[in-house]
Design a protein around this ligand. Structure first.
Ligand SMILES: NC(=O)c1ccc[n+]([C@@H]2O[C@H](COP(=O)([O-])OP(=O)(O)OC[C@H]3O[C@@H](n4cnc5c(N)ncnc54)[C@H](OP(=O)(O)O)[C@@H]3O)[C@@H](O)[C@H]2O)c1
Length: 301
């Protein structure tokens, strides 16, 4: 999209207090006219408020980053999970239709059952094994039914500077403790919010086709490999650590997990690359950039 057209695009963001939503709000404000809604300003559990607030807001594209993302809570609070993750996206899509706008709805690798041994494509059947996954899939279906111009972008293992994630937790532990572990038999792909902001930009142009897209960084890893690479990057950047090796844990040993987690959910990004001509960088390069740009001590100037 040409830079001179960018400021003319009006982007509304739901879930702007979250990890991805806050990154999009911060970064898109540099290029577009942004209206960012945090949860108190736009509650997805209150459909009437949604309709009214969006009805009073001018936008060309609405990006929905809001979700009930606590996978275990979804298992015990099913009604809430479906209200936020399934019903609300349909209301958002209807609001977009009423003004001829596009909805970009963020979804998840957890719509898959995890039984695959190679990256899932958008054509693969979604068969969630948790309430979270089922509620997110139901949200996708409502968005898709509302019109083919809308975009469903599935991400996984989201990390970035705006809210701590697994990566920050393991680095924090390694700075404080002698021994750290992470699950070694669950595989997916980290998604850097800063990269996602850039990679979603083609969809702000209504000529980029809508539909379902997988949008992560490139490659796949276990949580253990992900954490280990995070620590390796810290060491390289001179961040002091007490633990330098991430030991293995088994998914089956995570007795405090309430919801079932899919074992393998790496996502194929071939469709995204083919449609947009852009290539997400590897998850290792993205983690290295995050540690360098946001965690490493700054040199005195
Ligand atoms: N995190 C991951 O690893 C991951 C993996 C796969 C897919 N995803 C998807 O990526 C998207 C963004 O996730 P994220 O990592 O940015 O998660 P996040 O940090 O938990 O952000 C979710 C945001 O949604 C807000 N929210 C929750 N209930 C709401 C409601 N009723 N009304 C309005 N806002 C509400 C939260 O509000 P508060 O600020 O008050 O908490 C939070 O700001 C979600 O669609 C998620 O399903 C995430």
């Amino acid at each position: 999209m040409p830079e001179e057209q960018d400021t003319a695009v009006k982007v509304a963001i739901a879930g702007a207090g979250g990890r991805l939503g806050a990154a999009l709000a911060r970064l898109y404000s540099l290029h577009y006219e942004v209206r960012a809604f945090t949860r108190p300003e736009l509650d997805l559990a209150a459909p009437e408020q949604l309709r009214e607030s969006l009805g009073n807001t001018a936008f060309d594209v609405l990006i929905n980053c809001a979700a009930q993302t606590n996978v275990d809570r979804c298992e015990t609070e099913q009604e809430e999970a479906f209200a936020i993750n399934a019903i609300a996206p349909g209301v958002l899509a209807d609001s977009c239709n009423a003004r001829g706008a596009r909805l970009i709805h963020i979804s998840t690798d957890y719509v898959f059952d995890g039984g695959a041994s190679q990256p899932y494509t958008e054509e693969d059947e979604a068969k969630p094994i948790s309430v979270y996954g089922a509620s997110k899939l139901a949200g996708e279906e409502r968005v898709r039914a509302a019109g083919e111009q809308h975009v469903v972008a599935r991400v996984s293992w989201v990390f970035g500077p705006d809210r701590p994630s697994f990566l920050d937790a393991i680095i924090k532990r390694a700075r404080e403790e002698e021994q750290v572990e992470a699950i070694a038999d669950k595989i997916s792909t980290p998604t850097y919010t800063v990269d996602t902001a850039d990679l979603l930009r083609p969809f702000l142009d209504s000529t980029t086709p809508g539909g379902v897209y997988h949008l992560t960084n490139e490659g796949a890893c276990t949580w253990q490999e992900y954490g280990q690479w995070g620590l390796d990057c810290c060491r390289r950047e001179g961040i002091p650590l007490r633990a330098e090796v991430v030991g293995p844990l088994a998914l089956a040993d995570m007795k405090n997990f309430i919801a079932r987690r899919p074992v393998y959910t790496a996502l194929s990004i071939a469709k995204y690359q083919q449609v947009t001509g852009r290539r997400p960088r590897s998850w290792r390069a993205a983690v290295a950039a995050y540690v360098r740009d946001h965690l490493a001590p700054r040199a005195e100037v």
